[in-house]
Design a protein around this ligand. Structure first.
Ligand code: FES
Ligand SMILES: [Fe+2]
Length: 310
């Protein structure tokens, strides 16, 4: 099949590989208010059951297609706003007001979820990834979560991730910020595996950058400061970026507030430099591109192999 004709996430031609993907931030999902959102090009709804566990399901009512997110939560059920059909957390229709009975054969798709450290993951393509566990960095739990923010970028998932593997843009895109002292033509040491991509210029015990498949990027700046960035695939032309700063120093509130304020501003500035160029890339889906890749693009090549294994 020709990829160029069907670039949609849920088409047969390009579906993101199976795995646990970060899709939301915990604070986005409230107990009583269903959240409407799009990931993998699909309309989804997120809500919390009576144990506060996050439930993520298809947002389309199988009766006549209304958005379930416009409805309400009744105990451990979501209620459609149109004719009151109630769906349990496992997706079965538990009650139809017109017949006063359940219809267990009527179902909405439910996705397995996992919540940790302020992020929510879903198991994507669960039939094919039974053994997969959420991929998370081991250094995080004992750190203080200092600040977080998110940005919706009008770019394809591939372009947003590849940008964070592209170290050779530093002296150009970021010449006024983090790339000020970067040298053109310098190549890092890289470790490429089935789980991700790790690269570093000096001692990896002190600092490294790592992409954990499928969608988390870490910048381990020092043993006391780290950034993590998740790329939530929205649709063919949008990706939501969730950034967290983790600091193991400057814990005293006035100082940490000041440091957080400064770091957030710097990170937003650096990302705005990236965004300006990445949103200009053609075609949007890098898997459709025919490009003149260089030695410095080796990490991007590896990422593309993971996306589309032969
Ligand atoms: S469309 Fe949902 S109950 Fe009718
Ligand atoms: Fe950049």
């Amino acid at each position: 099949m020709d990829l160029r004709t069907k670039p949609s996430f849920h088409s047969e031609a390009f579906t993101l590989p199976p795995g646990w993907y970060v899709v939301l931030e915990s604070s986005e999902v409230a107990r009583k208010k269903p959240l409407s959102f799009t990931r993998f090009g699909l309309p989804l709804v997120a809500w919390r059951n009576s144990d506060k566990k996050v439930i993520i399901q298809s947002n389309i009512c199988p009766h006549r297609g209304a958005k379930l997110s416009l409805g309400s939560i009744n105990g451990d059920r979501i209620v459609c706003p149109f004719h009151g059909f109630e769906f349990s957390q496992d997706g079965h229709c538990a009650f139809i007001p017109e017949i006063q009975k359940p219809a267990p054969g009527l179902k909405i798709k439910r996705y397995e979820t996992f919540e940790f450290a302020g992020w929510i993951w879903i198991k994507w393509q669960d039939d094919e990834c039974k053994e997969l566990k959420p991929n998370w960095f081991k250094q995080a739990p004992e750190r203080l979560y200092t600040y977080r923010f998110s940005e919706l970028w009008p770019v394809h998932f591939t372009r947003s991730v590849e940008n964070q593997l592209d170290f050779s843009h530093l002296p150009f895109v970021h010449r006024t910020s983090i790339g000020r002292f970067s040298k053109v033509g310098q190549h890092p040491k890289a470790e490429l595996s089935d789980d991700g991509i790790k690269f570093y210029f000096g001692d990896p015990e002190k600092s490294f950058v790592e992409l954990l498949f499928p969608n988390i990027w870490l910048n381990y700046i020092s043993p006391k400061y780290m950034l993590s960035l998740a790329f939530a695939p929205v649709d063919d032309s949008h990706t939501k970026l969730y950034l967290q700063g983790h600091r193991a120093h400057l814990a005293w509130p006035p100082l940490s507030w000041l440091a957080n304020y400064f770091d957030r501003a710097v990170n937003k500035w650096v990302l705005s430099q990236d965004r300006r160029v990445v949103t200009s890339q053609e075609p949007q889906n890098s898997l459709l591109a025919s490009e003149a890749l260089m030695k410095s693009d080796e990490l991007i090549r590896h990422f593309r192999k993971w996306l589309l294994p032969k």
